[in-house]
Design a protein around this ligand. Structure first.
Ligand SMILES: NC(=O)c1ccc[n+]([C@@H]2O[C@H](COP(=O)([O-])OP(=O)(O)OC[C@H]3O[C@@H](n4cnc5c(N)ncnc54)[C@H](OP(=O)(O)O)[C@@H]3O)[C@@H](O)[C@H]2O)c1
Length: 267
């Protein structure tokens, strides 16, 4: 009898996480979907079960707390679910100046984006090591490559995820675990984010992608064991320009771009 394996996706009830869940299910992958307690998560789980005929377990946890991360691991092991793929997607964004943000918000942002990604990766490592082939996909952001005003803490958390992923990739290769990191530009994941993307420059408006399109690129890249996944031609071009454009010009362009964006504590 073959053991059924599972893909665990954090922040799966909506946005990019939901798109990742649908993409994985369409590839017949069994799922463990995690998000804050909400009806949305249970509904999505039953829609996926019905449409794709895969096993889906929905687990409600607040991953911005250490207890939430540890009890997710406990629940998965108690249910004897064999996790062979871990997707760290849950994250909270922001577009405002550092002096405008309160300490409580920054604490939650760092805990969800940085601490949860670190704890879950470490906790689930022994489960991933039990498989001949296992995958970790971490969700960073294109903003991790640039020093963008109004993205100070968010961009730093995503730079941490980028660094962690690329170093872990080297460490975990001997164990048969492939680590990939995806760095999406703007995605129209919900109404607020879509408004922020549309409030930006020509580049921000035209580079914003649909989460379903990005999810397809993400899962394909992960299964092909790609190290860094940058979806979209304009995003790739933007990253390339960063190498060739002189810093003073880049700084002016970035200041202009970031000033135009609507204020938001979602992205
Ligand atoms: N949108 C973009 O433009 C963009 C660009 C680059 C990178 N990203 C990254 O992509 C990822 C997903 O972003 P998104 O735009 O899809 O976000 P989103 O629409 O806000 O969805 C976030 C998901 O995370 C869950 N979540 C939020 N707080 C949580 C917590 N404390 N514990 C557990 N789950 C929690 C939410 O669950 P509930 O539904 O229960 O609240 C939801 O399922 C993030 O890491 C983000 O930084 C986004």
């Amino acid at each position: 009898m073959t053991t059924e394996t599972y893909t665990l996706i954090t922040g799966a009830s909506s946005g990019f996480g939901k798109s990742l869940a649908l993409e994985c299910a369409s590839r017949k992958m069994n799922l463990i979907l995690v998000s804050l307690p909400s009806e949305r998560l249970k509904e999505l789980a039953s829609i996926i079960r019905e449409k794709y005929g895969v096993n889906v377990t929905a687990i409600e946890k607040d991953l911005s707390t250490e207890d939430g991360c540890y009890s997710l691991y406990t629940e998965v092991t108690q249910q004897n679910l064999h996790v062979s793929t871990l997707i760290n997607n849950a994250g909270v964004g922001s577009t405002f100046y550092f002096y405008e943000g309160d300490t409580g918000f920054f604490e939650k942002q760092v805990k969800l984006n940085v601490l949860a990604t670190t704890l879950l990766t470490r906790l689930f490592l022994p489960l991933l090591q039990q498989h001949r082939h296992a995958y970790i996909l971490n969700v960073s952001s294109l903003s991790c490559f640039f020093y963008l005003p109004r993205k100070s803490v968010y961009g730093s958390t995503k730079a941490y995820i980028y660094y962690l992923s690329r170093t872990l990739r080297k460490e975990l290769k001997p164990f048969g675990i492939s680590v990939s990191v995806i760095c999406p530009g703007g995605m129209n994941t919900n109404a607020v984010v879509t408004q922020v993307n549309q409030s930006g420059t020509w580049f921000a408006r035209n580079s914003a992608m649909e989460p379903d399109t990005v999810a397809a690129v993400a899962i394909k890249g992960m299964l092909r064991k790609k190290e860094v996944i940058i979806p979209g031609r304009l995003n790739k071009l933007f990253k390339l320009l960063d190498y060739v454009v002189p810093s003073p010009i880049k700084n002016i362009a970035q200041q202009y771009q970031m000033k135009k964006l609507k204020r938001s504590d979602v992205v």
